[in-house]
Design a protein. Structure first.
Length: 403
C-alpha cells in the first residue's frame, strides 16, 4: 500500500474510532471495567495460554523467555478484575462537575516491557476515550491480542480501541494521528517525546513518560538474604529492561556481603526465569561495564547476570546496561537520597528492603517523585499507580465545572 492509500485508510479508521466514542461515553464505568477484566483475564490464563499461539507470539515479540512471559502476565493481570473495579471507582467525577472526555486519544507505546500497555490502555477506556494505540513495530503482540479479545467479548467496546504498528519513519501517518487526537500519551525515549510534542497542534493535551530507571535501597539491619531475594526478582523481571528496573542498589551496612547474597539470588532467578537472548549491542556494553567493575571494585559473574560492588563516592552510582547487570554501592540514608537526586526525573522507582519506604521518601530531594515500594514489588505496580508523580488518568480526563 502506498503512502496516500495508507493515510486514507488511517483517516477512515480514525473516523470509525471517533464514532465509537458516543456509545463509550454512555457506558457505566463499572461495566467498562468488567469488560476489560474479561479481556485481560483471557490473556492471563496461564494453563489455557501455555504453549498456545498467543503465548508464542508474546515470546517472539517481547524477546523474553516463555517462563518470563508467563510470570509477567500473572504478575500484571492476576488481580486485574479487582484492580480495574477499584480504579473505576476512583475515577468517578467529583461533585459539581460534568465529564467532558476528549473525542479521541492516542497512546504511543515503547517496546521494552510488553505488559506496560495494560495500565494506560485500560485507563484510556475507563476514561471513556476511544483510543488509537501506536504500538512498537518490534513488540506489538500484547495490545493486538487484547484488542482482539475485547472485540470478541464486547464488540461495542472493542470498536473504541484500534492498534496500529506503522513502520519507523512513517511521519505522514503519525501526523494524521497527532492532528486528530485530543490527548496524546507517549512512553519512550526522551527524544521521541520531544519530537512528538513539537508536532502537536495547540490545545492537544500531552502526557510524556520518558527514559527511566530504578534504584534499590537496603536499610541498616536488614536481613540481607531476604533483601537480596526481593531485589533479585526486581532485577530479573523483564531482563532489567523496564523503566522501573533497578540498575544500582545502595546498602547501609555490609555492601560486600549483600553483593554476594544478591549474586546467589540472581542465580536462583536464572533457573526459574531464564534470561532471553542478549542483543549484540547490549553484549558489547555489558563487556565494557563488567571490565570497569573489575577495575573499580569486585565483580561477581554468573550465568546471564553480574553484580558489581563499587565505591560510589559523592557522585551518582554507576548505572548498568541492563540485562541483569547491577551495581551495589555503600551509602547511608542521606547519602543514598542525595545520589538518587542526581538522576532527577529519570528516577522512576525505588525498592526498599528492611526499612520503611515512607522514611526514604521523606529523605528524597524536593521535586523528586519516584514510586517508592517494598523490594520485590518494583515491577508489579498496581494498575492505578502514579507514574512520574502523575495520576494514571492524567490528560485523559476533562471536566466542566458547574457552579
Amino acid at each position: 500500500m502506498n503512502v496516500a492509500a495508507a493515510e486514507g485508510a488511517l483517516r477512515e479508521a480514525l473516523d470509525a474510532l471517533a464514532d465509537a466514542g458516543a456509545a463509550l461515553r454512555a457506558r457505566p464505568r463499572a461495566e467498562i471495567a468488567e469488560a476489560l477484566a474479561e479481556a485481560w483475564e483471557e490473556l492471563a490464563d496461564a494453563e489455557r495460554a501455555r504453549g498456545s499461539e498467543a503465548r508464542e507470539r508474546l515470546v517472539r515479540s517481547s524477546g523474553l523467555t516463555l517462563p518470563m512471559v508467563a510470570w509477567a502476565l500473572r504478575a500484571t493481570l492476576g488481580d486485574a478484575r479487582a484492580e480495574l473495579a477499584a480504579l473505576a471507582a476512583r475515577m468517578e467525577p467529583p461533585p459539581g462537575t460534568r465529564e467532558a472526555p476528549p473525542a479521541l486519544g492516542a497512546l504511543f507505546l515503547a517496546g521494552n516491557v510488553f505488559t506496560a500497555a495494560v495500565a494506560p490502555l485500560s485507563v484510556a477506556l475507563l476514561a471513556r476515550v476511544p483510543v488509537l494505540v501506536k504500538a512498537s513495530s518490534a513488540d506489538d503482540a500484547l495490545p493486538r491480542l487484547f484488542a482482539d479479545a475485547l472485540a470478541a467479548h464486547d464488540a461495542a467496546l472493542g470498536a473504541a480501541c484500534l492498534v496500529v504498528s506503522p513502520p519507523r519513519g512513517a511521519v505522514a501517518l503519525e501526523a494524521t494521528i497527532l492532528h486528530r487526537a485530543g490527548v496524546v500519551s507517549v512512553f519512550g525515549r526522551d527524544e521521541t517525546l520531544a519530537s512528538i510534542r513539537a508536532r502537536l497542534p495547540a490545545g492537544t493535551a500531552f502526557v510524556g513518560h520518558g527514559h527511566g530507571l530504578g534504584l534499590g535501597w537496603v536499610a541498616r539491619g536488614a536481613d540481607l538474604r531476604a533483601a537480596a531475594k526481593g531485589l533479585a526478582r526486581d532485577v530479573a523481571a523483564y531482563d532489567q529492561r523496564g523503566c522501573m528496573s533497578p540498575h544500582a542498589i545502595g546498602v547501609d551496612g555490609d555492601g560486600a556481603a549483600f553483593a554476594e547474597a544478591l549474586a546467589e539470588a540472581l542465580a536462583d532467578e536464572a533457573r526459574v526465569l531464564p534470561r532471553g537472548p542478549l542483543p549484540t549491542a547490549v553484549g558489547a556494553a555489558q563487556v565494557q561495564w563488567r571490565g570497569v567493575a573489575i577495575a573499580r571494585g569486585t565483580l561477581l559473574e554468573g550465568d546471564g547476570f553480574a553484580v558489581a560492588h563499587e565505591a560510589a563516592g559523592d557522585h551518582a552510582p554507576r548505572l548498568s546496561p541492563g540485562w541483569r547487570n547491577v551495581t551495589v554501592f555503600d551509602a547511608d540514608l542521606a547519602g543514598f537520597a542525595a545520589r538518587a537526586g542526581t538522576l532527577g526525573a529519570h528516577l522512576k522507582a525505588i525498592g526498599v528492603a528492611g526499612g520503611d519506604p515512607r522514611a526514604l521518601a521523606a529523605a528524597l530531594p524536593v521535586g523528586l517523585a519516584p514510586r517508592v515500594c517494598a523490594a520485590g514489588a518494583m515491577q508489579t505496580p498496581p494498575l492505578g499507580a502514579y507514574a512520574d508523580g502523575l495520576p494514571p488518568w492524567e490528560g485523559w480526563r476533562r471536566f466542566v465545572s458547574v457552579e
